[in-house]
Design a protein around this ligand. Sequence first.
Ligand code: COA
Length: 259
Amino acid sequence: MSDPRLDLVIKDGIATLTIKRADKLNALDAEMVDALLPLCRKIERADVFAVILTGEGDKSFCAGGDIAAWSSSSADEFGRHWVRDGHVAFDALARLSQPVIAVLNGHCLGGGLELAACADYRIAEAHVKLGQPESGLGIIPGWSGTQRAVRRFGAQLVRRMTVFGDVFTAEEALAHGLVDRLVEKGTGLHAAHELVERLRGRSPRATELGKMMINAAEGEDRERVIEAFAGNLAAASEDLKEGVAAFREKRKPNFNKKK
Ligand code: COA
């Protein structure tokens, strides 16, 4: 399941994922959301130490969910597929082991803001506007814009965007902590590559573990993180070797109680 409007390029250990639908301001339809999940799996398993996420053109990072697509689905389809599939794909992005840098090179609205919230670092170009305008359309943010966004940005900021329709400039977004860095129009990708070079000199393993622990502290992927750390420790133990050997040899295991 792939979609040419989600373009993944992996080069020199960097995965660059670009939404290529500039004529619709990089709005995401159901096919694009479906294509995001396998791309995340591909990045997770590839020899990649950093991910850059951006949108085609200079007008929009992502203007959200495709209004024509979701407004034509039934209420049941909306909850069962549109919202659920978006959660699954966005969760996969937020839970990648590699750090994700979002280059916000234009409108970052609705699903676009929810997508940006999945990243570990947000670079906004000076002309960018950010918000969650869904209530003006009679709908609510459905791809974790009231959940992950609240955990990452704080409830009051999300309340202002979601309930009151505040749309922030890049400068305001920086002041409020919605983005981490503000750069001139057209220079976001360059800034992202500078940041990636900083990451290149750091331990990928320690970076991954740090990201996992911070995610867990935020309530993101907590169950898996705990089980992954515990599983890793158990898998490295002598007990595992003895337990599996005993199973194969059809005998009782002789565990060393001190190790
Ligand atoms: N879904 C589907 N199509 C979208 C879209 C979206 N979320 N956002 C923009 N588009 C389309 C427009 O329909 C238009 O298509 P057309 O040329 O075939 O008519 C094209 O992208 C360009 O958008 P346009 O509105 O003409 O650009 P603009 O510069 O006048 O306005 C925005 C830009 C971002 C202010 C405006 O497009 C907008 O409000 N978009 C919706 C944002 C939103 O509510 N997102 C949350 C959705 S749940």
